[in-house]
Design a protein. Structure first.
Length: 422
């Protein structure tokens, strides 16, 4: 029996088809992918994406997924729970432990569950259909959630990441840059355009995405059709700064590095305790960014940055700024509104994580001339974040120290993630 596949196009874009012998479904999909790369029309490429998705859903469902077919199924009908991970600040994940080393990881905002099956252990029967099976050891993770890379680095678990959603030059995490330079980690496309052929051919065992993937549900469907579980990292949902850091425990459970995770988290909590025992100045801080269309982007008062300012002994200038219906941590406002609310702030901090930042005060004023009338500008109390801050998820404690330093007029030479604009 034969099956038709498009294998080439001519210069006019006409498609040529061939009849090939039916093989296993994954091979058919990969063959079709190679053909899809030759399509010049965007509409034709979109058509083939849906065709491939249908092939994955129909073809792979008939033969069973690779991971489930390669592990022994147990006669056990239920898991026996032995305990749960204790959390201090995080509110958006849970980890439950079961006999024989099984773990259930849950991301609470989407109620997704992932069962970690120890190496050599069978997959229990009787699991709910919505539970994704992760067979240990995980060695071919596709990491798109760039903020999680620093957590993997702190766990000495970067070697479990085979595929990156960032190119080498875009990483600020040195271990990630080194892994890509050595060829141990390879670029597999951004969240909206993953290299499916690469992921499938090299046996990707988990895709860790950020919230942006919710805008590309067809990508999630495609990955799942290839038996690649998709996990969304929700640390950005945490309102307490150390809630974000505590996600290192989630990834510690995922990688079998719980002890390392506890140690890394304890280091950050010690910094918090030290800062909380220090002076509370009550000085006001405006944390902002000037967008390309001239608006001012600030953090909503429920975001972790205002909480960080509070913990450092200061006060966020926009205390009651909230748009509960947006689901976003930021809010854009007109320059006039920013002036009215922040012109008397004691300290300004410019967020460089989007546009690469500024290096001088004049450069910042060039982005928004009205800033020259602000109290903080006139008194020389304007700071900028370093470009790598958004990737340094395990550095929140150090950013807290930095904020406490600028609030207390301490030695700014020891700042790590903030620097004074002059």
């Amino acid at each position: 029996m034969c099956q038709w596949h498009m294998f080439s196009t001519d210069r006019s874009g006409a498609e040529t088809w061939e009849c090939v012998a039916r093989s296993n479904p994954q091979a058919q999909i990969l063959q079709a992918m190679k053909g899809m790369k030759t399509l010049r029309s965007g509409r034709n490429r979109r058509k083939w994406i849906y065709v491939l998705l249908l092939m994955g859903l129909l073809g792979l469902s008939g033969c069973g997924s690779p991971s489930s077919a390669s592990v022994e199924m147990s006669s056990q009908t239920e898991l026996v729970k032995t305990g749960s991970m204790e959390l201090q600040y995080a509110e958006n994940f849970a980890v439950d432990y079961y006999e024989d080393g099984y773990k259930m990881l849950t991301t609470l905002p989407d109620s997704k569950r992932y069962l970690l099956v120890p190496e050599g252990q069978p997959v229990p029967r009787g699991l709910d259909e919505d539970v994704s099976i992760l067979q240990e050891p995980l060695q071919n993770i596709y990491l798109v959630a760039s903020g999680a890379m620093d957590m993997f680095a702190s766990l000495d678990a970067v070697d479990q990441i085979r595929f990156s959603g960032q190119k080498q030059e875009n990483w600020y995490i040195q271990t990630a840059k080194d892994a890509m330079a050595a060829g141990d980690m390879i670029y597999a496309g951004k969240y909206s355009k993953p290299d499916y052929e690469l992921l499938v051919s090299e046996g990707c065992d988990l895709a860790i995405e950020n919230r942006m993937i919710t805008h590309s549900p067809e990508v999630v469907e495609m990955l799942q059709s290839f038996d690649i579980p998709v996990m969304i990292e929700y640390s950005s949902y945490e309102q307490h700064p150390l809630g974000k850091v505590e996600w290192v425990k989630f990834f510690g459970a995922l990688t079998g590095k719980e002890a390392e995770a506890e140690e890394a988290f304890a280091e950050q909590t010690e910094i918090l305790e030290e800062v909380e025992s220090g002076e509370k100045t009550g000085k006001t801080i405006a944390f902002f960014y000037v967008t390309s269309n001239g608006l001012i982007q600030v953090r909503q008062s429920t975001d972790y940055i205002p909480k960080l300012i509070e913990l450092a002994g200061g006060r966020y200038i926009f205390e009651d700024l909230e748009d509960s219906g947006s689901g976003r941590s930021t809010l854009n406002m007109q320059v006039e509104d920013f002036y009215a609310g922040a012109k008397d702030a004691d300290i300004l901090i410019y967020n460089s994580s989007i546009d690469g930042g500024v290096t001088t005060l004049d450069e910042l004023i060039g982005k928004c001339n009205i800033l020259k009338d602000f109290k903080a500008v006139q008194e020389g109390q304007v700071y900028c974040t370093t470009n790598d801050m958004y990737q340094q998820s395990m550095a929140i404690g150090y950013l807290l120290q930095d904020m406490h330093t600028v609030l207390t007029d301490d030695d700014t030479a020891k700042l790590r993630y903030l620097f004074l604009l002059q």
